[in-house]
Design a protein around this ligand. Sequence first.
Ligand SMILES: *[C@@H]1O[C@H](CO)[C@@H](O)[C@H](O)[C@H]1NC(C)=O
Length: 271
Amino acid sequence: MKLLIALSVLVAAVSAGTQPLVEVMPYQDLEGRITNGEVASDAQFPYQAALRLGMEGGYAFCGGSILSDEWILTAAHCTDVAHNVTVTVGVTKLSGENEKFEQKIFVTSKNIIVHEGWNPSTLTNDIALIRLSAKIQFNEHTEPAVLPKNNDGDYVGDLVWASGWGKDSDSATAVSPVLRYIEVPVLKPQTCSTYYLGVITEKMICISTKGHKSTCNGDSGGPLVLKQDDQNILIGATSFGIALGCEKGWPGVFTRVPAYLDWIHAKTGLK
Ligand SMILES: *[C@@H]1O[C@H](CO)[C@@H](O)[C@H](O)[C@H]1NC(C)=O
């Protein structure tokens, strides 16, 4: 699905002066997906939500993470101009047919909280919350992710999981009908900054996309999770990449969820 919000940042690529400008865009604006990922099995990512966003001129697709039976965390660039959103949980296939564990909840924009500091030109504070109008029922297919306890960890080198229905290759033209995932290491912020000069802040977290494994546009807002002691710890929300394509090996960039614990607590009461 083509994006309607035209958000972009021009960033001069590092070194040599002669390198071309690289266009950095939120994934929703790209022709993107989890590229070269694996297909998720049922109930493998029970905290994953699918968002269908109604906006001027049509619909956009994004991912989200279940925080509790009434809160979904996603990206600001998914929701800032949405009029309404249909949240689907408990599925891995977007077949359109009702699946056994599928739960769908419709909310209007008054239930969407976009971060007050969201800045589409710098892509900072790309985080939003959706308050559900009906409670999610939890079961083995639907479960919340856990918020990190604090913002002390840098997660560098940790293997983490990103999942989404974004397109599954640079040549795909629509979102993937099946949920896909990648397991990749967290990159050093300094390394990430050499790709996105002047763009990466301490409130972002980057993953290595070597081997053409990456997140891409329909994945926007979706989870980045550290699996530890049987817990799914939510450390990121898919934010942006580069417009050149998602299989180019540039790091995928996420909103660093632990940097927003106070904000999430203030809005939701969740810890
Ligand atoms: C959701 O928003 C879209 C875009 O404004 C609109 O066309 C659609 O009718 C809305 N859906 C409902 C159920 O109100």
